[in-house]
Structures are given as structure tokens and as C-alpha cells.
Design a binder for this molecule. Structure first.
Ligand code: CP
Length: 314
């Protein structure tokens, strides 16, 4: 595995889940594996979980993580080839990524979408510029269209909470939000859940259809109460419109998950990648109940990142 930017195969997904679970049992068992190696964690956007869990994961392998908040502390980057740089940008991605490629063994990048330039976002332009110009392995810390480390942690969490031999019903439900939110978590969750052969239903108001590239094979159900019936896992997430790119079409509060919504899914566990806007996306009563797996998901981010880094440097 050279880069980790998306779901690749059931076999690799299973291998990474098993490796992550082994690190959860003994986080320092490969402490000497990464000695002498550095991972650069490059953030073009804010983060709590991804920033900290990736550093802990690297340290558990004996690697040295160095974080650069490039949006605040680096030079303003020019991403487009052939530009005359006579405006606000100071350094070209070709030069910056080339330099970082000589400083590190692995680069991990967070680069959110613009939510205004649909073509640029859907081709994951910024992440691909880093891949093109750094010359070293790249780990996505959430790109314009995917958040694979989150999804790997989500798959680990579902596996831990599924009785052996059962194929659970998984529901991805849209939730209200006041801001235009990227599609990356929802896309990636769908891509991984389908890739790992879960029974996936996606529910959202009309107009919030995700890019079919990520959802082909899932059941689409516009009636949230029908979708939630007999669910084993309910993944709650807001995203903005994909077809009317980056726009908010609804903030309907009736889509916020409460206990009443789960009357026909008595055993459902509830998931969210965090950060969550309480009582807007998801109710306190759910988040603070035994149904909630959100803290387990966040904890598993460490072991997901550790498995990925271990596989790349190994
Ligand atoms: N879930 C997640 O990626 O959290 P952060 O944005 O805080 O890293």
C-alpha cells in the first residue's frame, strides 16, 4: 500500500481492521518499527481528533510526527499549474510539496473542499497535487470527497459491536445543520460500508442525494422512519446538496435523531464522527445514552491511523 486515500478492497479493509484491533490490544507492540521515520501532518483546515490521534498513532510506532498548520503558519499556497503568481499566493504547491517530500517519509494531508468549485472538489484537486509533487506516500486526513481514516475507525467500531455471524442493517441518516457541510464523511462511510459488504440504507430529504460513485449498491429511502426500522447502526451526519453544489436546501428539525425516532429500532447503536452540534444534529438524550458509540469511534481513530501508518512503512 503506497497511499491511503480511499477504500481499496474487502481484503485490505479486513487486514487493516484486524491490525488496528491488534494495536488496540497492545498499542506499543511495534514501537521499534518506525524509529528513524517522520510523518508530516499537514493541516489546511481545523481538526481535533485527526490531529491528535494521528500523532499518537505515529508515536506508538516509534515514528516522529511533525504538525504543520499550513493554512495559518505556512506561506499562502498556489495550487494551479502555470499561474502568474502576482496576487495573494506566495509559494507554489510544486515547490512546497517537493520540499516536504524530502523532509518526511510519509505525508498526511487534510484538505477540505471549496464547496463552490464542484469539478475541482470532485477530482480531489488539492490532495492530488500533494500526491503528484511530494513523491512520497500520502495519507488522507480528510480530503474534498473522502475521510478514509474516519471510515476505517467506523468499520472497526461496527465490527466490535456486531455479534459474530450477523450481517447488521446500517443506516446513514442526514441531519439538520446551519452551515454548508462537506460530503466527505458521508461519501466515505457509504464507500466503506458497501465495500465491507454491510446492508446499507441511506435516508435524507429529497435534494440531498450524494454522488452515486459512493452510494451505488445502497438502498435510498426518503422516509426516515421507514429507513430506521430494525436498524442495528444509525450513522448521523449532515451534508450539503451535491447536485445543487454546496447549497443548504433544508434545516428541517424533524430530521434530528431522538429516542422517539428509534421506537422501531430498539437495539440500534448511534454513530457520529464528531464534532457534533448537540440538539441540532443529534439530541443530548441519544448522545449521552448507552446507544451512543461516538466516544468509541473517536478512540478507534488512533488504531485506524496506527494500522495505516504501519502498513505504509512496513
Ligand atoms: N472526526 C474528525 O475528523 O474530527 P476532527 O475534524 O476534529 O479531526
Amino acid at each position: 500500500m503506497k497511499n491511503f486515500t480511499q477504500f481499496e478492497s474487502l481484503a485490505l479493509g479486513q487486514e487493516l481492521i484486524d491490525l488496528a484491533k491488534s494495536y488496540k490490544n497492545d498499542s506499543r507492540k511495534d514501537i521499534s518499527k518506525g524509529i528513524g521515520k517522520r510523518v508530516g501532518c499537514i493541516f489546511l483546515n481545523p481538526s481535533l481528533r485527526t490531529r491528535v490521534s494521528t500523532q499518537i498513532a505515529a508515536q506508538n510506532l516509534g515514528m516522529e510526527p511533525i504538525v504543520l498548520n499550513m493554512d495559518k503558519e505556512g506561506w499562502a499556497l498556489e495550487m494551479k499549474d502555470g499561474e502568474v503568481m502576482n496576487k495573494g499566493t506566495v509559494e507554489h504547491i510544486k515547490d512546497a510539496a517537493g520540499v516536504l517530500g524530502t523532509y518526511f517519509d510519509v505525508l498526511a494531508i487534510r484538505a477540505f473542499p471549496t464547496l463552490t468549485q464542484k469539478n475541482e472538489d470532485t477530482e480531489d484537486f488539492v490532495l492530488n497535487q500533494f500526491i503528484r509533487h511530494s513523491g512520497i506516500p500520502i495519507v488522507s486526513l480528510e480530503s474534498a470527497i473522502r475521510h478514509p481514516l474516519q471510515s476505517l475507525a467506523d468499520m472497526i467500531t461496527m465490527k466490535e459491536n456486531t455479534p459474530s455471524g450477523k450481517r447488521p442493517k446500517v443506516v446513514l441518516t442526514w441531519a439538520p445543520h446551519i452551515k454548508a457541510i462537506p460530503h466527505a464523511v458521508a461519501n466515505s462511510f457509504s464507500e466503506w460500508a458497501l465495500g465491507m459488504e454491510y446492508d446499507l440504507t441511506i435516508t435524507h430529504p429529497e435534494g440531498y442525494e450524494l454522488d452515486e460513485k459512493f452510494t451505488k449498491g445502497a438502498t435510498l429511502e426518503y422516509d426516515q422512519s421507514k429507513a430506521l426500522q430494525d436498524a442495528d447502526f444509525v450513522y448521523v451526519k449532515n451534508w450539503s446538496s451535491f447536485n445543487d453544489y454546496g447549497k443548504i436546501h433544508s434545516t428541517d428539525p424533524s430530521w434530528m435523531l431522538t429516542e422517539a425516532h428509534l421506537s422501531k429500532a430498539p437495539d440500534a447503536k448511534v454513530m457520529h464522527c464528531l464534532p457534533v452540534r448537540r440538539n441540532l444534529e443529534l439530541s443530548d438524550e441519544i448522545l449521552d445514552s448507552d446507544r451512543s458509540l461516538v466516544q468509541r469511534q473517536a478512540e478507534n481513530r488512533i488504531y485506524a491511523a496506527q494500522a495505516v501508518l504501519s502498513k505504509i512503512i512496513g
